[in-house]
Design a protein around this ligand. Structure first.
Ligand SMILES: [Fe+2]
Length: 294
């Protein structure tokens, strides 16, 4: 191991990762040292495994440079790259292990840019636009089956054309298709909306070119984002996927988990439609949620 006054490490191809890792010996933060050592180990092994050529290395550097240059205040191409490589979902899965019947977690995604408005139980989140009318009901329980009263259920979704409100500034009200609903004493929540549509992730940058080069499409299956927060519970961030949506088996960002795919049931019953405050027929999603107490 190289000490403070030791000679500079000499490069040897066979021991390359070990030599570089030794240069981290005086890293004050032990976790940083662990992460950097493993990163260099995997990176060197990757370069050796594929026999990376100088031309390929330069191309990779150009790609990463362009990825950075595509980022601005509203566009994060590096997160998109992480998403399409499945890393975002993997990090999320490691941080939120399943078990005890807890509802599975997914990434928050890039469209929760603004705080959703507080709404009353049963309200509609549709401020503008058409779509298939939909009633969403659900109940927040803890792992012991006890209702979680006073939780906040934050929902946001794409419209019938596959766009979020923040993607259409000036065209639709900013709070279109988002809202925060309280749970009642029984943990219940309900609201009215439209069925969301599938949509493509931004594919006009380096990540889009990566998808095209690998024969992949940029689309995500239709989904509703749900985030449940409240005193005494661990925040749950998840999606509900529409079971008759295209792309459920090829989500560009690998977000689909089998138990999060739900039927948005078609209800053709004028009495129930009137009760729900919706035209008939309508679609109905019931989404029970299980969270962990802290
Ligand atoms: Fe989304």
């Amino acid at each position: 191991m190289t000490g403070p006054a030791g000679p500079p490490a000499r490069f040897e191809e066979e021991r390359s990762a070990e030599i570089v890792a030794a240069s981290f010996a005086r890293t004050a933060d032990p976790r940083l040292r662990e992460v950097l050592t493993a990163l260099v180990g995997h990176l060197h092994a990757f370069v050796k495994d594929v026999g990376l050529t100088p031309e390929e290395w330069a191309r990779g550097i150009r790609f990463l440079t362009e990825t950075g240059q595509t980022c601005d205040d509203t566009r994060q191409e590096f997160i998109l790259l992480s998403d399409v490589l499945g890393v975002s979902m993997l990090v999320d899965a490691l941080a939120h292990p399943a078990g005890d019947g807890v509802t599975e977690s997914t990434v928050e995604g890039p469209f929760h840019l603004v705080a959703s408005p507080a709404r009353e139980p049963g309200d509609s989140i549709v401020e503008a636009g058409d779509g298939e009318p939909c009633l969403v009901t659900g109940r927040v329980l803890d792992t012991a089956g006890v209702p979680v009263a006073g939780a906040a259920v934050d929902v946001w979704q794409a419209d019938a054309d596959g766009f979020y409100d923040v993607q259409r500034p000036g065209e639709v009200p900013r709070d279109n298709l988002r809202g925060v609903f309280p749970t009642d004493a029984e943990g219940r929540f309900r609201f009215r909306t439209i069925v969301p549509r599938w949509y493509p992730i931004p594919d006009d940058g380096p990540v889009g070119r990566l998808l095209a080069a690998t024969g992949r499409h940029p689309n995500r299956p239709a989904h509703l984002h749900v985030e449940v927060t409240g005193p005494g519970i661990r925040t749950l961030t998840t999606h509900v996927f529409v079971s008759d949506s295209p792309y459920l088996d090829s989500d560009a960002v690998f977000g689909v988990r089998a138990r999060l795919v739900r039927d948005f049931v078609r209800v053709d019953d004028p009495a129930r439609a009137a009760e729900a405050g919706l035209p008939s027929p309508f679609r109905w999603l019931d989404f029970p949620v299980t969270v962990r107490r802290t």
